[in-house]
Design a protein around this ligand. Structure first.
Ligand SMILES: Nc1ncnc2c1ncn2[C@@H]1O[C@H](COP(=O)(O)OP(=O)(O)O)[C@@H](O)[C@H]1O
Ligand SMILES: [Mg+2]
Length: 235
């Protein structure tokens, strides 16, 4: 065990006319290996920006980002692509599945890119309870089922870190709970580090670590010694 993620004084700025917007501002935090971590903040607080920087989707304007022993701000873009491919699983709010590929093919597309460590596509589809739907296309699946395919796709690459950006934001309450149960079960079973981004404060009690962000900066860090079970939540 040790730190798997370390942000040190990270800034990410965008120009809007003559104005400079700080999407991340002097952002510093760390995440322990194997932890379940929630990044919590209102809309526009810089959550997606932080997650994309952590996942090597983008470079910071300045500052240091260390993930899985890579200094991301120093990696050339080709190496950053490889880092992302081999070390990170992504789950997005709107699933981002390929509409012309069926459930199994969507997963195989991801494992094709990381053959080295990849898990068997059919096995992971079973892990999310969709073994009977491998031939279904995204348009034939409910939102919850599509999100389960996207979780299977993220896990199939066998990454060390699973990143989820508002993973239940487009789902109803019960389906959202079911999705979180699947995510938590999978990361425990496969010994992954989990980072979820959300604006839903209710979630704070089920994670080991909660990082509150406001205006691109950390406003508070909290740790739960005994995180609650997802089943006990009401929102
Ligand atoms: N590509 C971009 N260009 C300009 N502004 C951006 C861009 N991405 C994010 N921002 C701005 O940065 C701030 C943080 O955005 P974001 O990280 O998406 O917040 P959150 O995910 O918490 O809603 C917002 O003010 C947003 O408008
Ligand atoms: Mg966002």
């Amino acid at each position: 065990m040790g730190k798997i993620v370390e942000f040190k004084n990270v800034n990410k700025t965008y120009k809007s006319g003559s104005e400079i917007i700080y999407a991340s501002k002097d952002l510093s935090f760390s995440i322990e290996e194997g932890e379940t971590c929630l990044i919590l903040g209102p809309s526009g607080s810089g959550k997606t920006t932080a997650l994309n920087l952590l996942g090597g989707m983008d470079y910071p304007t300045n500052g240091e980002i260390k993930v899985d022993n890579y200094n991301l701000e120093k990696l050339p873009s080709k190496e950053l692509t490889l880092f992302r491919r081999n070390h990170i699983g992504f789950v997005f709010q709107f699933y981002n599945l390929m509409p012309n590929l069926n459930a199994l093919e969507n997963i195989e597309l991801a494992t094709e890119l990381n053959k080295k460590n990849a898990l068997d596509s059919k096995t992971v589809l079973k892990l999310v309870g969709l073994e009977d739907r491998e031939k279904s296309f995204p348009s034939q699946l409910s939102g919850g089922e599509q999100q389960r395919v996207s979780i299977a796709r993220a896990i199939a690459k066998n990454p060390n870190i699973l990143l989820c950006d508002e993973p239940t934001g487009a789902l109803d309450y019960n389906t959202g709970k079911q999705i979180f149960k699947i995510i938590f079960n999978l990361v425990k079973q496969e010994h992954k580090t989990l980072v979820v981004v959300s604006h839903n404060v209710v979630l704070k009690d089920v994670f080991d670590h909660v990082i509150y962000i406001h205006s691109g900066s950390v406003s508070k860090n909290e740790y739960n010694d005994n995180p609650l079970d997802i089943d006990s939540l009401i929102w």
